[in-house]
Write a protein that binds this ligand. Sequence first.
Ligand SMILES: NC(=O)c1ccc[n+]([C@@H]2O[C@H](COP(=O)([O-])OP(=O)(O)OC[C@H]3O[C@@H](n4cnc5c(N)ncnc54)[C@H](O)[C@@H]3O)[C@@H](O)[C@H]2O)c1
Length: 411
Amino acid sequence: MTNVLLLENPHAVAAEFLESHGMTVRSIPGSLDEDELIAALDGVQLLGIRSKTEVTARVIANSPSLGAIGAFCIGTNQIATSFAAERGIAVFNAPYSNTRSVVELAIGEIIALTRRLTVKNSMLHRGVWDKSSFNAHEVRGRTLGIIGYGNIGTQLSVLAEALGMTVIFYDIQEKLALGNARRADSMQEVLSQADVVSIHVNGLESNRDLIGAEELTQMKPGAVLVNLSRGFTVNVDALKDALESGHVTGAAVDVFPEEPKGNGDTFDSKLQGMDNVILTPHIGGSTLEAQRDIGAFVAGKLTDFWELGNTSMSVNFPNLALPRTPMSAGRLCFAHHNIPGVMAQLNEVFAAQSVNVEGQGLATAGSMGYATTDVGTPLNANTVEQIRNLKACIGVRYIPFSGLDQSGPRR
Ligand SMILES: NC(=O)c1ccc[n+]([C@@H]2O[C@H](COP(=O)([O-])OP(=O)(O)OC[C@H]3O[C@@H](n4cnc5c(N)ncnc54)[C@H](O)[C@@H]3O)[C@@H](O)[C@H]2O)c1
């Protein structure tokens, strides 16, 4: 029997999917502290969390039955991923499931700012009727500058072009320009040409204050700024100055240098109270659609790992995903130190036991290797034990294709 512990209420599709694969799911609505988590993980093979549960090295070291962790969110900073890999525990997340939600919010805000909707809205709430078209534009024909052309930046590029915008982008990596988008040679080139600048860089420490006073000055007079990436990428004081001076005519900010921990907590920002600023509480990815997609995606990854040993898109294991070899009796999953001769040693064990290898795959990443071997006859406990005793072994798990019983991961 495979036991799953789900914390922090991932979307219901996750539990439904895991249960449909014969697993027993226990759900706890909130997060648990270290000791509570260790106690709750007794006899649990698969753990699902969101961003609030800290899965520390101590939790992992004291949870011998644990085989994999699914983060039903984007980030995995809350998990000791390297330590988990050293213990043969794979970690999965959902890096793309909320991309579309972020992009749709960006599009909505780009239109709202370009059309000066927030200003008109505030004025009318104050009882002031102002029909003037001053500084109100269609987005069609205007230039969108995207800084950071990754998952979100590229999808924004496609949707913005569909609205008739001209897209230029800058990325520190070589990126394929989609559609008619044009790659700029520098961030400054984007800043100086764009009517809308939208920031979608990742969380590199070097991106702290990426947009400060100097960069805001380099923006076209009258341009607007959208930041749905990380709070520390835009210097809030400098942005406030640029907005007050009128050089930047509007901003939409979803992420902040310091964010409250929970719903209902107090939030303070120098940008509060400005009619031309849209403030949202880090909700770029917070849609029911994204939550459902995350639930289905991570549950699928956990199941695929547990039933087939596949590690495709794991954040801490070499990525390997092979279909089951026809007629094979089971699959042996072997996480190991990536040192010369280890695969030969593994196959020597099979040969000595007259086990035919029907299919085999190997992936390595740095000091870690991961191999799956489909065997022609069921493995007995002795063979699995011999592999477990190989010096290079980090973790071994045998998945019989005829039933659900598995020998658990090695500590
Ligand atoms: N607001 C939200 O709720 C929300 C939701 C999801 C993601 N995000 C954030 O959005 C950002 C983008 O996410 P993603 O999935 O597209 O990430 P990604 O890793 O796919 O893309 C980031 C891109 O930025 C580029 N980059 C990094 N530093 C740069 C720089 N200084 N100049 C130019 N390019 C730079 C990288 O090369 C990469 O192509 C991340 O910071 C992520 O945390 C926010």
